[in-house]
Design a protein around this ligand. Structure first.
Ligand SMILES: O=C(O)[C@H](CS(=O)(=O)O)OP(=O)(O)O
Length: 296
């Protein structure tokens, strides 16, 4: 599997912009964490848009018996007149189950728009990290359905030791190119998204390979941004001692996005956004309505 990584949509060369088969968009703080939480809580769909006015227009044009909930933020804060802001804890089954949602955020919904030239788009956060890796492998597998069965690993922070072997009998074969798109913040690369990009590459490697040595494995990082993200994640585990969700939340607080959250009074959101593998749900773009995300 080839993996091409965008550390943020504005830091991409022209030759890296050709159509991708599978694209995974990451905005850990907080859009993709919120959308995943909403879908896991039973929301029927989340439609993303760039502008507040566009969100109101979608609501005005909707069937009044199925009126969407408006969600999102500007400058980290809930938008006046909207139903929900951009904190994962707001999205409970009681509030969103069975509902259509419309969401606009500062960076996440822009990254989704920037990454739109692909056949399949999924949204990733730490909360659905392993599920997204499984979905990628399943989507990019070559061969029968049984050979496409993903090799689940639940602990994303566990390091691949030299004796570690892949579970299962036959290695899964994959083909094609995956693009990982980090949202960043206002055109700048941010650590929280880069860390998840690296974690996703590491988990895909663990699921596909019986070698601990990455560069002998089945993943080909086609640009240095992927290697940078992988190194950042490995450093996070070995040097910063990120071993679980609590230590990850503390590490997220040291990123640009994390500092913004703390300054705006949303420190608790770092705990939710740093929770690893708490959902099996993967939001995937609807093939008919491309701005709409549904449960894969
Ligand atoms: O409030 C958020 O979660 C952020 C705002 S920002 O990154 O501080 O501008 O929006 P998002 O689009 O979810 O990154």
């Amino acid at each position: 599997m080839q993996i091409e990584t965008w550390l943020c949509p504005s830091a991409v060369a022209d030759h890296e912009r050709s159509r991708a088969r599978v694209c995974v968009v990451i905005d850990v703080l907080r859009a993709t964490t919120v959308i995943t939480t909403a879908i896991a809580a039973g929301a029927r769909s989340v439609t993303t848009c760039l502008d507040i006015e566009q969100a109101w227009e979608i609501k005005r044009n909707a069937d009044p018996d199925n009126s969407p909930l408006l969600c999102g933020e500007r400058a980290c804060r809930p938008i006046e007149g909207f139903d929900y802001g951009n904190s994962p804890s707001e999205y409970s089954p009681a509030g969103v189950s069975g509902r259509e949602l419309v969401m606009t955020t500062t960076n996440g919904t822009r990254a989704i728009e920037a990454a739109s030239d692909c056949d399949v788009m999924m949204l990733a956060c730490f909360a659905n990290l392993s599920a997204v890796a499984d979905a990628i492998i399943s989507e990019m597998s070559v061969g029968s359905e049984s050979s496409a069965a993903p090799n689940r690993q639940s602990d994303a922070t566990e390091q691949a030791g030299p004796t570690e072997q892949m579970a299962g009998s036959e290695p899964v074969q994959t083909s094609g190119r995956l693009r990982i798109v980090c949202a960043g913040t206002d055109g700048a690369v941010t650590g929280e998204d880069v860390l998840l990009a690296g974690a996703l590459i590491a988990v895909c490697h663990r699921k596909l390979s019986d070698t601990a040595r990455f560069y002998e494995g089945p993943i080909d990082l086609v640009n240095d941004s992927g290697a940078i993200a992988l190194a950042a994640w490995q450093h996070c585990i070995t040097h910063d001692k990120v071993v679980d969700s609590d230590s990850l939340a503390r590490r997220l607080a040291m990123t640009d996005g994390g500092r913004n959250m703390v300054a705006a009074g949303y420190e608790q959101d770092l705990v939710d956004c740093g929770s690893i593998d708490v959902f099996d749900s993967v939001p995937q773009r609807d093939r008919v309505s491309p701005a709409r995300f549904v449960l894969r």
